[in-house]
Design a protein around this ligand. Structure first.
Ligand SMILES: Cc1cc2nc3c(=O)[nH]c(=O)nc-3n(C[C@H](O)[C@H](O)[C@H](O)COP(=O)(O)O)c2cc1C
Length: 160
């Protein structure tokens, strides 16, 4: 493939799929962590199941494997700063939840009170896809916390 075709392919890959912005949260034993993720999708209606694609280099990756549960917190329009807060440093180095308001879900995963909605999931299976792991979860709980909020659509320029 020519360099030009490769560039066009990557531009289409980066811009051709529309995504929201989420904060993935987890509690494994006494360890709490949260990271921003845009690679999130529904995968089954009955039963309701979702997936999030996470790099094995991230702390959250190991904690979800350990916990067997995770939660997705949906960010609303105007919450780009929250996405940046959870998306550029690792929970291995910093407690990203310090100073944030949250309550514990059924699995203990932190639920951000400012999220427009959340889904709590029991880990159903994992699949390796290239350089990421797909975590497929069965939805075991969830709520729309702020029904008039508009979801945040991921735009590269807002973050990178
Ligand atoms: C807007 C945005 C979206 C992101 N989406 C993903 C994603 O879908 N999957 C992923 O593995 N990392 C994603 N990241 C990167 C992680 O959030 C980031 O590397 C984080 O620091 C990992 O934290 P941890 O080591 O505490 O788990 C995203 C970052 C930003 C800012």
């Amino acid at each position: 493939m020519s360099n030009k075709a490769q560039r066009e392919l990557m531009e289409a890959f980066n811009r051709g799929i529309v995504q929201g912005v989420y904060v993935v949260t987890v509690k494994a034993g006494e360890k709490l962590n949260s990271m921003t993720a845009a690679w999130v999708s529904k995968v089954s209606h009955n039963p309701p199941m979702v997936m999030v694609s996470i790099s094995p280099t991230h702390y959250t990756h190991d904690l979800i494997k350990e916990a067997g549960y995770f939660a997705l917190n949906t960010l609303a329009y105007g919450q780009e700063e929250v996405g940046r807060h959870f998306g550029f440093v690792s929970g291995r180095d910093v407690n990203k939840l310090e100073g944030m308001q949250y309550f514990e879900g059924e699995s203990g995963a932190p639920i951000l009170t400012e999220a427009m909605a959340y889904l709590e999931c029991e880990l159903f299976d994992t699949f390796i896809a290239g350089d990421h792991t797909l975590f497929v979860g069965k939805v075991i709980g969830g709520q729309v916390l702020h029904s008039s909020d508009i979801p945040l659509v991921f735009e590269r320029a807002d973050f990178f």
